[in-house]
Design a binder for this molecule. Structure first.
Ligand code: RUQ
Ligand code: CUA
Length: 665
């Protein structure tokens, strides 16, 4: 019997007791439904693991948060586009360059869509990709370390929203511009939108770590491009993007972009695009963008400035894009596990429209076009439509699949998830969500093989669900059981920021691949300090570099003198522990920066510009040992022009500790 299961059975009595307790305690009518059963379904006994890792975007937090499912326990926040004082990410010298763009240092973004890498159309647990929506970027997170390793800026775009959805082999992840802008951007009248504003669809190479790049961009009419998903199986080689504002309004979009009865899904044959690019039909388009990579050996981020992309105009590459009319201001576009059905979420539509890939192929062969826009044939709606889900509710946004022939669509306005059957389009179940659901997620639910056990609703509004916390209330996720005919609400849990999309994967696929510490012997940070003897202080003009080690329970050296006003000090601290999760921290009094968090074997650098003379303590911020409170030191700052000698000492106490450690006391 697997240990998890054994543990669950062993604690069954506790579970029943807990369940009864919860059942009696429940006050809101929505949790009374089989609350006992629900509690046991999400109860992960102390000391046992969750079944899935779930990666939720942080929305305006700019990060990714990692939860265990079914418990809803928060395991980690992975900093991506926002500085994170908790770890020093984006504050320390090693990671700052990850946040560099052609607009300078951008320490925040809006993360929307977490996307796991795939092999053969199934999430493989190698990487998680996440988009920055505001200053368009895509990040790669390595899932052996839960660290951001790479960030690519997307040029000729504004609002990288339809991103970073992957192809089934992770050859590409995509990014489409939400806002059309002048391409290249230029000083033009906003009223000249129709003449001057364009959209772009970017295909980013993704299957080699450290090598993300814009493979090509497709220049599109000036609409808003919203979401995307790759084809799979028979539709492999195609990518589908929703667009709205086909009215090309540039003011009061809520009214002016809601006029057309149908907008479009852009169906992109990216294999055809590859062929056209290979034939030289794409233009070299001057474009500045940054590619930031953490060097896998030194673990220091570097910026590479790129200067050009391949830009493909559909007019020069017939067959590369078709428009599929889709009611009405569509949002999500999701492809079912078989690859045949392309489901749109028309925010204002009264139906859920579904297109057929087979019909799309036939319509192209038959030239069943109603018109052409900028070289892009518009296919007749009837020629491509597979069916419409009637009366699904209000405000369909996103659809996920359970791999058993059913689809689950989030309904923002009517606050519910609607379950319907692929092929017959009949609604078979619905469940309320609390409230105003945006995205929803089934583990693997956008892949070829969903693990269709749960659906997670991510809700925008939570009035009355939790203890109130002032004017702003928490966003929330709700875990729903989808193993039976009827969906069953199991759990509410608050989330960080405003999650949009999420992905989840069985824990067994990544939990045993975790890096436990970094090898000190292989640490090639230029400022690594491998032993106490290597520590010291060095002046180069007005720059002072301090090399020190951290180990339970001291820094060495731990007393510094000879620093003067006008100097810039760099503390390069190496945690020389070689054991899992033995962390130290580092902070200096008065520093206008964050702390450092030091993983075992890792070197991090804190920049400090002292502005007043005096003596400043520094200390370890991570409670690492019984003598953690002793883990401290001092740095003396003298006036400009002072003659105090530059010295680095290891205190008597630290020397004693070291001697004790060596003699095994
Ligand atoms: S989008 S729900 Cu990025 Cu639907 Cu938020
Ligand atoms: Cu090191 Cu506390």
């Amino acid at each position: 019997m697997p240990p998890l299961r054994r543990a669950v059975l062993a604690t069954a009595a506790t579970v029943v007791a807990a369940a009864l307790f919860y059942a009696c305690r429940s006050t809101t009518p929505t949790t009374s439904l089989a609350a006992g059963d629900a509690a046991s379904r999400v109860y992960v006994a102390p000391g046992t693991y969750d079944e899935y890792y779930a990666f939720l975007s942080g929305g305006f937090s700019g990060q990714v948060s990692v939860y265990g499912l079914p418990s809803g326990r928060l395991l980690k926040v992975i900093p991506v586009f926002s500085q994170n004082p908790e770890t020093g990410y984006g504050y320390n010298e090693e990671t700052k360059d990850l946040l560099t763009t052609t607009y300078g240092f951008v320490p925040w973004d809006d993360t929307h869509h977490a996307e796991l890498s795939q092999t053969d159309g199934v999430p493989d647990g190698r990487w998680l990709f996440i988009n920055g929506n505001n200053t368009p970027r895509i990040a790669r997170i390595d899932l052996t370390r839960f660290e951001t390793d790479e960030i690519l800026q997307i040029p000729n775009a504004a609002g990288g929203h339809a991103s970073p959805f992957t192809t089934p082999d992770s050859k590409y992840v995509v990014s489409a511009t939400r806002f059309s802008v002048p391409v290249p951007n230029a000083d033009v009248s906003i009223d000249s939108y129709k003449q001057n504003f364009k959209g772009t669809l970017s295909f980013i190479t993704a299957n080699q770590p450290g090598k993300m790049d814009v493979a090509f961009q497709i220049l599109m009419p000036g609409y808003d491009y919203d979401l995307g998903h790759a084809g799979k199986g028979p539709s492999d080689g195609w990518f589908f993007f929703t667009s709205y504002n086909t009215e090309q309004a540039n003011t009061k979009l809520e009214e002016n972009a809601s006029k057309n009865d149908k907008d479009f899904i852009a169906a992109v044959n990216y294999k055809q695009a590859e062929t056209c690019v290979a034939q030289g039909k794409a233009k070299d388009f001057p474009s500045e963008y940054d590619h930031n990579v953490v060097d896998s050996v030194s673990r220091v981020a570097k910026v590479e400035r790129k200067t050009s992309v391949k830009m493909l105009d559909p007019k020069d590459c017939p067959g590369v894009v078709y428009y599929l009319p889709t009611p009405k201001s569509p949002h999500g576009v999701d492809v079912d596990p078989t690859g045949e059905y392309i489901v749109a979420g028309g925010k204002l539509a009264t139906v859920i429209p579904v297109h057929s890939f087979t019909k799309l192929q036939k319509a192209i062969a038959d030239k069943a076009f109603e018109k052409e826009i900028d070289g892009i044939p518009v296919i007749k709606y009837e020629a491509v439509m597979a069916g419409e889900v009637q009366k699904p509710g209000l405000g369909p946004l996103h659809t996920e699949f359970d791999g058993k022939g059913y689809a689950y669509t989030s309904m923002f306005i009517s606050s519910e998830i609607v379950k319907w059957k692929l092929g017959t389009w009949e609604v078979v179940d619905r469940i309320p969500t609390y409230y105003s659901i945006g995205h929803l997620m089934i583990p693997g639910g956008d892949s070829r093989k969903p693990w269709g056990k749960y659906v997670l609703a991510m809700n925008k509004i939570t009035k009355d669900r939790y203890l109130p916390t002032g004017p702003e209330l928490s966003q929330s996720a709700q875990l729903i059981d989808i193993t039976g005919d009827k969906m069953k609400l199991l759990l509410d849990f608050p989330t960080i920021g405003e999650p949009h999309y999420a992905q989840a994967i069985p824990a067994s696929m990544i939990k045993d691949k975790q890096v436990k510490y970094f090898s000190l012997a292989q640490n090639t940070n230029p400022w690594v300090t491998r032993s106490e003897a290597e520590g010291g202080i060095k002046r180069s003009g007005k720059r002072v570099d301090i090399k020190m080690i951290a180990i339970r329970s001291h820094f060495a050296p731990d007393n510094f003198e000879g620093v003067r006003i006008g100097d810039t000090v760099y503390f390069h601290v190496t945690n020389i522990e070689q054991d899992w999760d033995i962390e130290h921290g580092f902070a200096v009094f008065g520093n206008t920066n964050a702390e450092l968090t030091l993983n075992p074997g890792d070197t991090r650098t804190l920049k400090w510009v002292p502005t007043r003379v005096g003596v400043y303590p520094f200390y370890c911020t991570d409670f690492c040992s019984a003598l953690h409170q002793e883990m401290q030191g001092y740095i003396r700052v003298s006036p400009a022009g002072s003659t105090v000698a530059l010295t680095a000492n290891t205190s008597e106490r630290a020397r004693r500790q070291l001697a004790d450690a060596q003699t095994g006391k």
